[in-house]
Design a binder for this molecule. Structure first.
Ligand SMILES: [Fe+2]
Length: 223
């Protein structure tokens, strides 16, 4: 089963995930050692603070810089973004360009001030007017009740590796990974200090469930 890291900050200088080409190449080498076959590059996009045009230009530029330097046997990389929800996000022209390349799958991060009441119109429109498939980034970080509510509405979930590695959060993460709405796992790698050690520990904790989730990711991406 192809191992897919659905959430990775690996574009050199695109955000605080990598300070340059050497860091990005090291991150990707670590991913390869961990058996990752496909990385979704998901630089942060904060629509409250940046227009889409400059973000897309920076992403394209940093991606080109990376691909030129990648070894031939490196894991495959597809472009995406980690998009922070803001009110009116659904009205952003070209929102589709933030989806994982070749799909209508958007990785969405909830803002610190999130409440269902404040964002319900935007959330509703993302699903039912823009007709996007919305994967909530690192659902392990949010209040479980909020996540459950959103999953019931049709949102999907991505879980980070970190909660599988902590006693306090492991059980909830394992339980959530089994749910059919959990379609992706991610290192959420920033820099190289943690590397893929947590991702590998997550794989061990999940056992056969890891490949079940990876199969859901592959289906989501049309692989
Ligand atoms: Fe992230």
């Amino acid at each position: 089963m192809m191992q897919i890291d659905f959430h990775a900050h690996i574009l050199p200088g695109a955000d605080h995930g990598s300070d340059g080409l050497a860091t990005s190449l090291r991150q990707i080498a670590l991913a390869q050692e961990a058996g990752i076959g496909l990385l979704i590059a998901t630089p942060h996009f904060y629509p409250r603070h940046e227009a889409l045009g400059p973000f897309l230009a920076r992403r394209a530029e940093t991606y080109a810089c990376l691909t030129e330097a990648l070894p031939a046997d490196a894991p495959r990389i597809r472009l995406g973004a980690e998009v922070q929800l803001c009110r009116g996000l659904d009205r952003l022209p070209d929102l589709e360009r933030l989806c994982v390349e070749g799909t209508r799958v958007l990785l969405l991060e909830l803002p610190p001030d999130f409440s269902v009441r404040a964002y319900e119109q935007t959330l509703d429109a993302l699903l039912y007017e823009r007709k996007l498939t919305v994967v909530l980034a690192h659902v392990d970080r949010y209040v479980p009740g909020t996540v459950d509510f959103l999953l019931e509405l049709g949102f999907l979930a991505q879980i980070n590796a970190a909660p599988f590695c902590r006693l306090r959060t492991r059980k909830a993460a394992l339980r959530r990974a089994e749910s059919v709405q959990t379609v992706a796992l991610g290192s959420d790698i920033h820099g190289v200090s943690t590397g893929y050690t947590e991702f590998l520990q997550m794989k061990r904790r999940l056992g056969p469930v890891c490949d079940v989730v990876m199969a859901r990711t592959a289906a989501l991406l049309g692989l």
